[in-house]
Structures are given as structure tokens and as C-alpha cells.
Design a protein around this ligand. Structure first.
Ligand code: SF4
Ligand code: FES
Length: 384
């Protein structure tokens, strides 16, 4: 098919060009977070793309019009060719973002990434308290290293963006967490309540905060916003409410196959980072070009637009705002990826979300009882 015909076919099916490319360079990671969004069977994924294969992916995505790219994982710093890939992405004209735990970073690598043209670094923090951080992420030394690297990233002149995943074991310490981010000199803080995919879904009962915890956290965030404004301190606080406490779902990924594309470590191309666990197969850049995958594959076309929707979404006035919610969440909760996201209060399955909230009120599970992400645990899921 010619380029023009292809682009017309894309328009006809409601698919524009991809704007975002998320390159999941590896599923390897030194941490073992109990809320990791990587697939449960990540250990089954072998044969990561080589440097040359990744450069080919970046080149194809840029030629299709993608402008933003994130390097993530696992821990992308595990890849020794990260600096080469960043330099190539910048040369192609991408705006580049590194999403990292900070482990594996040192002054020399910060300098090398800077020289390669990396635009933005986002470091994740687990908690304000080293014990909670160690219990959730499985590494007693990680917290101190992260703080040191956050300071170095700031010193190197990057805007400091910290990402803190909130859950029932750290959300009550939000006041101290924000104070720590302030002390580190953060320019922006994402207070991202844990979304229930991958390992987080497995551990949902032990991670979902209660409504009371959530409301207290929102009030704490509001107080900090006022305090920061009074001091003239420019530190943006973004508070992301967990889906399970919303009445309407999010327009996940801006719509399936609408603007976002993830390439997994082995070259599988996904409309979102969680889709791999859906009962369908995904094309691979080792077999097909990205353009063909984006416009023509069943995987990218299956939930595009609204033709696939069932009631109540099909006749709902809000379907173009929220695209019926998240396909992965619908599947994880109902076993049917075409269902209305049960987060929606109009969904016939909304009682599943209400039951999860009730569970969160009752469950007292301790942090040591969470299943941490590990190769050994993953192998159990690989066998299933
Ligand atoms: Fe959105 Fe579907 Fe709920 Fe309507 S019924 S608000 S389209 S999720
Ligand atoms: Fe996959 Fe929402 S995370 S569609």
C-alpha cells in the first residue's frame, strides 16, 4: 500500500499517527516492587532487542511522526547502550524522557546522558522512610542511593521530576514524602496512586488505600500547595486519584491505538504497557514494520474507535470522552476486554470495584505479605 493510501486507511479507521513511543528497553531491574506494572511472566521474555534493532525502531517511529519518547523498563539503566539510544533519539528529533529508579545512575552516567542530549529524567521514590521503601521495593540500600542520585540529577541542571507511587503502606506518610521532595529541590512531584495492573493487580488487596486514607492524602496535598505558594516555591504537585475511587474511567492511553505505542524488550508492539496479558497476540518488530503494525494489525485495530463497544458504552454520550475506559482493566476485572470498564458507575460490573473498595477498608495486610516482583515468582506464572 502506498504511503498516501496507508494514511487514508488510517484516517478511515480513526487512527492518526502515533505521537508517543514508549521504549521498554528491558524487564530486568534491581528492585522488586510489589506494584510493578511489568507482566507477571516477565521472566519468560528473553532475547532483548539489540542496539541496532532499537535504533531501527526509533527511526521507523520518528518517520511515522512520533515526537515524544520515553525510555523505561524494568530499569533502563541496566542497558549499557542507553546513552547511544538517547543520542540517536535526539538526533532523530525526539523529545526524550528517562523513567528510572535512579539505581545504576552515577555522576559519570548523568554526564554521559546529558552529553547525549537527554531532555528529561523522572526518578521514582518509594517512600520517605527507608524501612517502608525497602519493604516495598526489596532493597535496603536503594532509598539512600535514590536520594543521592536525585540530588545529582538536579545538580546537573535537569528539571527534577519525582514520581511517588502511593498505596496503603505509604499514603499516610504523604506529609513527610512531600517534605522530602521539597528538600531535594524537586520541580514537580507526581503523587501517583498505584494503578492495579501487573504485580499491583496481584497485590491489590494489600495495596489499595481506604477512602479515608485517600481523602486525608488529598487534603495534605492541598495544604502543601498553599504552603508552597505562600513561600513562592515553584514545585508542582500532581495528585493522581486511583481508578477504583473514580466514578468514571480514564480515557486510557487517549484511546486504543490512538496516539501511543509501546515496544516491549523483545520487540512486541503494544497499544499500552499492560496489554501483553490480554488473550490476543501482538505483532513484533522483528517480523513486521512499525507502520504496518500501527495501521493494519488486528492488535492495533481491535479496540480503535467505538465500533467494538457494547452497551452501555455504545449508546452513551460520554463514549468519546473516556473511550469506554481501559481495556486491560476491563479484562482484569471481568475476563472480557470488550466490557465497559467496571470503574464506570454505569457499568453492570461496577459492583466489582465497589467490592474492592470494601476489601480495602477491611484488609490489614502487612507490607511483608505482599508478593514482590521477582524472577522466581515470575517463573511460577510462566508455567501457568
Ligand atoms: Fe464511559 Fe462507557 Fe461509562 Fe459511558 S458507560 S461513561 S462511555 S465507560
Ligand atoms: Fe491497557 Fe488501559 S492499560 S488499555
Amino acid at each position: 500500500m502506498s504511503e498516501i493510501a496507508r494514511s487514508q486507511a488510517g484516517e478511515a479507521s480513526g487512527s492518526g499517527q502515533p505521537l508517543w513511543l514508549l521504549a521498554e528497553l528491558t524487564y530486568r531491574c534491581p528492585l522488586q516492587c510489589a506494584y510493578c506494572s511489568n507482566p507477571l511472566d516477565f521472566a519468560a521474555v528473553k532475547e532483548e532487542l539489540s542496539t541496532e534493532e532499537w535504533i531501527d525502531v526509533l527511526t521507523q517511529a520518528r518517520a511515522m511522526g512520533a515526537v515524544q519518547m520515553g525510555f523505561s523498563g524494568g530499569e533502563p539503566l541496566v542497558r549499557r547502550d542507553l546513552e547511544t539510544l538517547v543520542a540517536e533519539a535526539r538526533r532523530l528529533g525526539f523529545y526524550t524522557n528517562l523513567i528510572t529508579s535512579g539505581l545504576g545512575l552515577d555522576e559519570a552516567r548523568i554526564e554521559a546522558l546529558h552529553a547525549a542530549g537527554l531532555d528529561h529524567i523522572q526518578i521514582s521514590l518509594q517512600a520517605s522512610d527507608p524501612d517502608v521503601a525497602a519493604a516495598v521495593a526489596g532493597s535496603p540500600k536503594a532509598h539512600a542511593k535514590k536520594l543521592a542520585m536525585a540530588r545529582s540529577v538536579k545538580a546537573a541542571g535537569y528539571p527534577m521530576v519525582l514520581n511517588v507511587v502511593l498505596h496503603r503502606h505509604n499514603i499516610d506518610r504523604l506529609d513527610e514524602i512531600i517534605a522530602l521532595c521539597d528538600e531535594l529541590g524537586a520541580d514537580a512531584v507526581e503523587l501517583a496512586n498505584c494503578q492495579m495492573y501487573g504485580w499491583a493487580h496481584l497485590n491489590r488487596e494489600g495495596l489499595l488505600p481506604s477512602r479515608e486514607q485517600l481523602e486525608t492524602a488529598e487534603a495534605t496535598t492541598a495544604r502543601w500547595r498553599e504552603r508552597l505558594a505562600e513561600r513562592g516555591r515553584d514545585m508542582r504537585l500532581l495528585f493522581v486519584v486511583p481508578d477504583y475511587y473514580a466514578e468514571r474511567p480514564k480515557a486510557c492511553m487517549g484511546g486504543w491505538g490512538a496516539i501511543f505505542m509501546t515496544v516491549a524488550p523483545d520487540g512486541a508492539v503494544l497499544p499500552c504497557h499492560s496489554a501483553r496479558m490480554l488473550p490476543m497476540s501482538f505483532p513484533n518488530v522483528r517480523d513486521r514494520g512499525l507502520r504496518e503494525i500501527w495501521y493494519d494489525s488486528d492488535a492495533f485495530n481491535r479496540y480503535r474507535g467505538d465500533g467494538w463497544m457494547r452497551e452501555p458504552c455504545r449508546s452513551c454520550d460520554e463514549r468519546h470522552q473516556d473511550v469506554g475506559g481501559c481495556r486491560c482493566q476491563a479484562y482484569l476485572l471481568t475476563g472480557d476486554a470488550t466490557a465497559t470498564d467496571p470503574v464506570c458507575s454505569l457499568s453492570p460490573d461496577h459492583h466489582l470495584v465497589e467490592a474492592a473498595r470494601r476489601e480495602a477498608e477491611a484488609d490489614q495486610r502487612r507490607v511483608e505479605q505482599l508478593t514482590q516482583r521477582s524472577v522466581r515468582a515470575s517463573r511460577v506464572f510462566c508455567r501457568q
